[in-house]
Design a protein around this ligand. Structure first.
Ligand SMILES: CC(C)(COP(=O)(O)OP(=O)(O)OC[C@H]1O[C@@H](n2cnc3c(N)ncnc32)[C@H](O)[C@@H]1OP(=O)(O)O)[C@@H](O)C(=O)NCCC(=O)NCCS
Length: 150
């Protein structure tokens, strides 16, 4: 896994486009997201090939998964799981981690359910997709507060 910075905008945009062709963001958009305060991104490698990425935004004791995606040729091999585990390990214990997911994105919802994300809200018609509008489900995971020996 490698730390991503704005110089990786093209790589991340290409992974995003491969995984979500109907809703990809441009390399310029990624460059500005990766430059924003509180941004933390990691790229998972499959040998020498970028296979997936996760981008987090951290602010004020909260964090948000802005995007997670795995290249279609590398899906169902634990890459998103490894990216999320890495992100959770990097957060201070007790940080609330939020994300938004389209109601009918069953793959992502199954992934998040395995980590214990719970729904905390709904944004009606938030996503515009080729098959019409979809609600966004807002989910939260409270990271484990670490205990230290006295
Ligand atoms: C969602 C996504 C990131 C999962 O990536 P991945 O690397 O394939 O995920 P993992 O291999 O770590 O899967 C972990 C678990 O999530 C669930 N899961 C993942 N993909 C699934 C699918 N297509 N259908 C059902 N469950 C799925 C399963 O429980 C899986 O465990 P299993 O393989 O042992 O059954 C990937 O499908 C993707 O890139 N989708 C397009 C982008 C996207 O929708 N991102 C989320 C935006 S909110």
């Amino acid at each position: 896994m490698i730390a991503a910075d704005p110089a990786h905008a093209e790589v991340i945009a290409a992974l995003h486009r491969a995984a979500m062709p109907e809703d990809a963001w441009s390399a310029d958009a990624w460059r500005s997201l990766l430059s924003a305060p509180g941004a933390r991104a990691r790229i998972a490698m499959d040998g020498t090939a970028p296979a997936g990425f996760l981008h987090l935004r951290c602010a004020g004791g909260e964090a948000e998964v802005v995007m997670i995606a795995t290249h279609p040729s590398a899906q169902r091999r634990g890459i998103a799981t490894a990216l999320l585990e890495d992100a959770l390990a990097a957060l201070d214990g007790g940080t609330a981690l939020f994300l938004e997911v389209a109601e009918r994105n069953h793959a992502a919802r199954a992934l998040y359910a395995r980590f214990g994300f719970a729904p905390v809200g709904r944004r009606p018609g938030y996503y515009r997709t080729p098959s019409g509008r979809q609600d966004a489900i807002v989910m939260r995971l409270r990271t484990t507060r670490r205990s230290f020996p006295e």
